[in-house]
Design a protein around this ligand. Structure first.
Ligand SMILES: [Zn+2]
Length: 509
C-alpha cells in the first residue's frame, strides 16, 4: 500500500494543527526524566554494533520476495521467528490470522500490433485475473481516472477493449476516494466485457525508466479482470497514438492463479518484557511481507530489519524498560493492512493497556518526521524527546495520520499510531518494482533509522509517566471526522464508529 508514490500527483495541503494539550504535570524529556543513561547505552549499541544491514542482506538474499500466503511468505515468517529468538527476545511466537483468498503471479506478455509492431513491457497487479489462455487481440481505449463518474455512466464503449487508464484534468476527489472508485470501475469493466486494463498502482502512470510497479487495488479486494502496469515509455507511446487519432491494437496474455480462501498467514511477535508494568505494551512494528517483482528490500525490508535491529540494540544494551516493548513483524500489509488489523482484533481486550505503535514503512531514506496519528495531545511531550535527538538528526513532529501502512489500525483503536516518515525521494522508483533491491539501501541510513526507532521505543516505554492511553471511540471518531478521514475510511469499510463524533448540527429555525 502506501501512497508515497503518488505524492507528486496531488498537492495535499497538510496543516499541522495546534496543540490543545492540557498537562496536569509538565512533560519531561530524557534530560530530566531519568531515561538518558539507558538511551545513551542503546545509541551506542545501535550505531556502533548494528546488525541492521546484515539482517537486510539475509532477508533479501535468503528469503527474497515474500507475498503473503505464499511459500516464500511462510519462509519469511520462519526467518523472523528465528531472528527474534537469536536476538534474545522473550515470548517469541507466531500469531496466525487468515486472509480471504490467495494469489500467485503467472505470466504477463503484451505486444503492440498496430500502428507499429513491438513488444510491450507489462506486469500483473496483485489479486487480479487472467485473459483467456491464448490471450486476446484488442483495440486500446482510454478512460479518465479523474472523471470516473462520467466513465461509469456509459460502460458499453469498453466492451471487447483494453482500457488504458489516463488521469486527465484536475482530480475532483482526494487520492483515497479515487482509489476506492477505481476498484468499483474495475468491477464494472469486467461486467461490461472489457478484455484487460492497463493501469497500475491506482491507475497512475508507472514511475521510473522502464519500470513496472505491482500492488493491490483495494483493501482485501480481488478483481476478476486482468489489470497490468505498463512501463511509462510504452504507455506514453500508446497515449500519443490515441491522441493523434490513430487506432492502437495490442495482443495481451496475462495468467494468474487465485487460491480459494481462507489462506493462513501469521504476524511474528517477540517482546522485551517491562520491569515495572509488564502488562502495558508499546508495539514496534513493520510489515514483513513484500511484493514479488524483486526482493522487497525497501518495502519493507528496511522497516522489518529496523524493528529487529532496534530490538537487538536494546537487548544488547542490557537496559530493561519499565513497560513491555512488543516487536511485531506484520504480514498481509500489502493486501490492505490485514496483519495489523488482525493484531488489533486479536488483542482487543488488551488494547486499553497499549501505549501506541511505532511503525517504519517509507522506504530507504532517513527518518524526517514523527507523525503521531491524530493524537495532538501528545505533541508537546514527544517534542521533548525529539529535541534530545538533535545531534543525530533534525526530525519534525506532527499529528498526521498515515492509513497507508500498519499505523492505521492503531489510530482507529484510539492510540498514537506513530509513523516514522522518511525522506525517500527514490522510493517512487523502488516501490513494488523490480528495482526494489539491496543496492537501493545505504547501511548508514538503515542503521540510523533502526537506532532512532530503538530510542523512540525505549523512551516511550520507559519514561516514568505513561505516554498515552487510548482515546474513547467518541474522541477518535471526532478527530477523524475533523481531519476529513470519514469518507475514505467509510469507502474502505474501515469506519467502525457509526454516528459517533458528529458535531451537533446547526439549530433548526
Ligand atoms: Zn510497505
Amino acid at each position: 500500500m502506501n501512497r508515497r508514490f503518488l505524492a507528486s500527483a496531488f498537492a495535499l495541503s497538510m496543516v499541522a494543527s495546534a496543540s490543545w494539550a492540557k498537562h496536569t504535570v509538565d512533560p519531561k524529556g530524557p534530560d530530566e526524566d531519568g531515561t538518558k543513561p539507558a538511551l545513551t547505552a542503546i545509541a551506542g549499541e545501535g550505531f556502533y554494533n548494528s546488525h541492521a544491514f546484515a539482517y537486510l542482506t539475509e532477508l533479501t538474499d535468503n528469503v527474497g520476495g515474500r507475498v503473503t500466503g505464499s511459500p516464500a511468505g511462510q519462509k519469511a515468517i520462519d526467518w523472523g521467528l528465528a531472528k527474534m529468538n537469536a536476538i534474545g527476545l522473550q515470548n517469541v511466537h507466531a500469531e496466525k490470522w487468515s486472509m480471504w483468498k490467495g494469489w500467485t503471479r503467472g505470466s504477463a506478455f503484451a505486444e503492440m500490433l498496430a500502428p507499429l509492431r513491438h513488444p510491450l513491457t507489462v506486469d500483473a497487479m496483485g489479486w487480479t485475473g487472467s485473459t483467456p489462455a491464448e490471450g486476446a487481440d484488442a483495440e486500446v481505449v482510454t478512460a479518465n481516472l479523474f472523471d470516473l463518474d462520467s466513465e461509469m455512466a456509459d460502460m458499453s464503449r469498453f466492451r471487447g477493449k483494453v482500457v488504458l487508464m489516463k488521469p486527465e484534468g484536475v482530480p475532483k476527489k482526494n487520492f483515497w476516494m479515487i482509489f476506492a472508485q477505481y476498484g468499483d470501475f474495475l468491477k464494472d469493466l469486467h461486467k461490461a466485457g472489457a478484455v484487460a486494463v492497463i493501469g497500475g498502482q491506482g491507475g497512475f502512470k508507472a514511475e521510473g525508466m522502464h519500470l513496472t510497479h505491482t500492488g493491490i487495488l483495494g483493501f482485501a479486494q480481488d478483481f476478476a479482470i486482468p489489470v497490468v502496469d505498463m512501463t511509462m515509455e510504452d504507455s506514453s507511446q500508446i497515449e500519443r497514438y490515441l491522441a493523434s487519432g490513430k487506432t492502437v491494437r495490442i495482443h495481451i496474455n496475462v495468467q494468474n492463479t487465485f487460491t480459494g480462501g481462507p489462506v493462513e498467514s501469521a504476524n511474528v511477535v517477540g517482546e522485551i518484557v517491562g520491569r515495572e508494568h509488564p502488562e502495558e505494551v508499546l508495539v514496534v512494528g513493520a510489515h514483513l511481507d513484500s511484493w514479488d517483482l524483486s526482493e522487497g528490500a525497501t518495502d519493507n525490508g528496511t522497516g522489518s530489519t529496523a524493528v529487529l535491529a532496534a530490538a537487538d540494540a536494546i537487548v544488547q544494551s542490557g537496559q530493561r524498560p519499565r513497560r513491555t516493548i512488543r516487536f511485531v513483524l506484520f504480514t498481509g500489509e500489502e493486501q490492505g493492512l490485514l496483519g495489523s488489523l488482525a493484531y488489533v482484533k486479536q488483542h482487543a481486550a488488551e488494547m486499553k493497556n497499549h501505549l501506541g505503535s511505532v511503525v517504519l514503512d517509507d522506504g530507504q531514506g532517513p527518518i524526517k518526521e514523527f507523525q503521531l496519528g491524530g493524537r495532538n495531545d501528545l505533541l508537546d511531550a514527544f517534542r521533548l524527546f525529539v529535541e534530545s535527538l538533535e545531534n543525530i538528526r533534525e526530525i519534525a513532529v506532527t499529528d498526521k495520520r498515515e492509513f497507508g501502512t500498519d499505523t492505521g489500525p492503531f489510530i482507529l483503536a484510539g492510540l498514537p499510531g506513530i509513523n516514522l516518515d522518511q525522506d525517500s525521494p527514490e522510493y517512487k522508483y523502488t516501490h513494488h518494482s523490480a528495482a526494489d533491491a539491496l543496492e537501493q539501501v545505504k547501511p548508514d541510513v538503515l542503521t540510523q533509522d533502526a537506532t532512532i526507532m530503538a530510542l523512540t521505543a525505549f523512551w516511550i516505554a520507559d519514561r516514568p509517566e505513561r505516554f498515552a492511553t487510548p482515546w474513547t471511540p467518541e474522541q477518535t471518531a471526532k478527530m477523524l471526522r475533523q481531519k476529513g478521514d470519514y469518507d475514505m475510511l467509510k469507502s474502505f469499510d474501515l469506519w467502525t464508529f457509526g454516528d459517533l463524533g458528529q458535531e451537533p448540527g446547526p439549530a433548526p429555525n
